[in-house]
Design a binder for this molecule. Structure first.
Ligand code: AVJ
Length: 322
């Protein structure tokens, strides 16, 4: 696989974001994208296999069950771009179905180099597939993919796994509008969204018995220690999952279990934590089926079909650029 990488100072950006997030007045925060270094990505793979966390399995079930119908609704020829491919595992069914129809180019766009490599390993045995990975931010990668398209070729963008849920509603609409601006009318976007479910189900999914989600969250502090030479004592922080009823989301926080000071040399900062003060690390928004139709419309798409999993409320939404 060809991988287009960019030399950018990732370490510098990380330091700047950590500094900004931990020195702001009010709620301290760290951007959720930093949860996914190699350790974090591996831990998320484990989360997706936990009995309490049905999201990834629901996504895969829908893609497998409706692959043929999705192909029928997206007439070719298409180039397929995926925002955040992960290991590529759940995309297999869809890619096989497209490649059965005709030779198809697949462009995974991922910040994680190792995820891109895994993705190629997982999918390159499919007949009639051409894989080119982009180690980029989503919109930068999509812009390049769009520039690659041949005349007469439509773009089919995959944004699966409810990654959109990390954005709040206005930011989600803004992001989808930016995707829409890169597309042409008639191009399509398959958007995977986790639907609203019971409080107890959500709390179990984001605070599992085995503590894998806790490890996934705490790894962010371990990463700051590894990469910025900080001295976070992980035993003095605990993972908390908290429902935000107003925002229709579940949040992850890291709660300080005492008053303490932490030094982060490479971010040139000393941070004080009060007892029970938290760092907000992630929000996962949950949607109603009708809400997604509205969000799509606000972003310049119309929602053509929704496939919904009954076992674990989750929707696969086929959106067409207006
Ligand atoms: C990968 C963003 C969809 O929000 O459910 C899983 C990440 N965080 N457990 C989600 C996650 C805690 C996941 N997404």
């Amino acid at each position: 696989m060809l991988v287009h990488a960019i030399p950018k100072d990732a370490a510098y950006e990380f330091a700047a974001d950590v500094r900004a997030g931990l020195t702001r007045a009010g709620q301290k925060e760290l951007p959720s994208k930093y949860l996914y270094d190699d350790v974090g990505s591996a831990l998320f793979e484990v989360i997706s296999r936990l009995p309490e966390y049905g999201l990834t399995r629901a996504d895969e079930r829908l893609l497998r069950r409706h692959a043929r119908e999705i192909v029928e609704r997206v007439p070719g020829p298409v180039a397929i771009a995926e925002l955040g491919s992960g290991s590529g595992h759940k995309t297999r069914w869809l890619l096989e179905a497209f490649c059965r129809r005709q030779h198809t180019s697949y462009y995974p766009i991922e910040l994680s180099h190792s995820a891109l490599v895994m993705c190629e390993r997982e999918l390159s045995d499919i007949d009639a597939i051409h894989i080119v990975g982009f180690e980029r931010e989503y919109l930068d990668g999509l812009l390049e993919v769009a520039a690659y398209r041949r005349t007469g070729q439509d773009l089919f963008v995959l944004f699966l796994g409810s990654t959109i849920g990390n954005f709040d509603r206005p930011a989600g609409i803004k992001f989808l509008s930016q995707v829409r601006d890169i597309l042409r009318p008639g191009d399509s976007l398959l958007l995977g969204t986790d639907l609203e479910k019971s409080e107890s189900q959500l709390l179990r999914a984001y605070d599992d018995e085995l503590g894998v989600t806790a490890a996934f969250n705490l790894n962010l502090l371990a990463r700051v220690n590894r990469e910025l030479q900080a001295d976070f004592d992980l035993s003095h922080f605990r993972h908390v999952a908290r429902i935000n009823y107003q925002a229709h989301s579940i949040e992850m926080h890291l709660e300080s279990t005492r008053r303490q000071m932490v030094t982060i040399p490479k971010a040139e900062v000393l941070v004080e934590f009060q007892d029970q003060e938290t760092i907000w690390t992630e929000s996962s928004h949950k949607y109603s089926a009708d809400g997604i139709v509205e969000i799509a419309r606000d972003a310049g798409f119309h929602c053509e079909v929704q496939w919904i999993d009954e076992q674990w409320p989750f929707a696969e939404n086929l959106l067409i650029a207006e």
